[in-house]
Design a protein. Structure first.
Length: 196
């Protein structure tokens, strides 16, 4: 299968089985799925997350609950503005319900300063070897490289993705490219998969 065939398979399966939530349809997007809150709760059992001070989150809707957890735990949340037009840092437990949506990032965000130790992404598909497919525009890799260039990523952070179980494949290593950022943890509603 090609990358695009895997994406289409996931999008179609998730739509046909009513696994996705707003925004719909999920074609061409990082799917926001029923159970993402449960998958996000798994962050609280990962030692690297517990110790981290700075957590980056892509603006994907599926990461909304993860962003709430980051703020609830008193960590600095670094977010990308849509289409990578900039980055902001949000801090404060009191903002856990207000500042987790794209529409409020600018309202509560400040210029980012905290080093990123956890890098959170949504995915269209991921495999058990740590290879990830986004929606095909390269945003995840670009965000990573830009954050590195401005000094917010100094050493390789722990990379995590939050997906539905149906988005986890066995192995599509043959499709990976040298610039692709590997995932260290896959969080689903039913399991935490640590890539070794």
């Amino acid at each position: 299968m090609t990358k695009e065939e895997i994406r289409r398979k996931v999008w179609q399966y998730m739509e046909e089985n009513d696994l996705v939530t707003f925004p719909r349809p999920c074609f061409g997007r990082i799917p926001n799925f029923k159970g993402s809150e449960l998958a996000s709760q798994r962050l609280l059992s990962i030692p690297e997350f517990i110790k981290a001070r700075g957590v980056f989150s892509a603006p994907d809707g599926v990461l909304k609950f993860a962003r709430r957890i980051v703020l609830s735990e008193g960590k600095a949340l670094i977010v990308a503005l849509p289409h990578i037009t900039g980055f902001l840092e949000i801090k404060g437990k009191e903002l856990k319900d207000k500042a987790i949506t794209i529409s409020n990032f600018r309202r509560y965000g400040q210029p980012p300063k905290t080093e990123i130790e956890i890098f959170l992404q949504g995915s269209v598909a991921v495999d058990r070897k740590g290879n990830r497919l986004g929606k095909g525009r390269g945003y995840g890799d670009k965000e990573y490289q830009l954050l590195k260039a401005i000094g917010l990523i100094r050493k390789r952070p722990i990379v995590m993705t939050i997906v539905h179980d149906c988005q986890v494949f066995e192995d599509f290593s043959d499709l990976s490219e040298p610039h692709d950022i590997k995932v260290d943890y896959i969080l689903t509603p039913t399991q935490t998969i640590k890539i070794t």
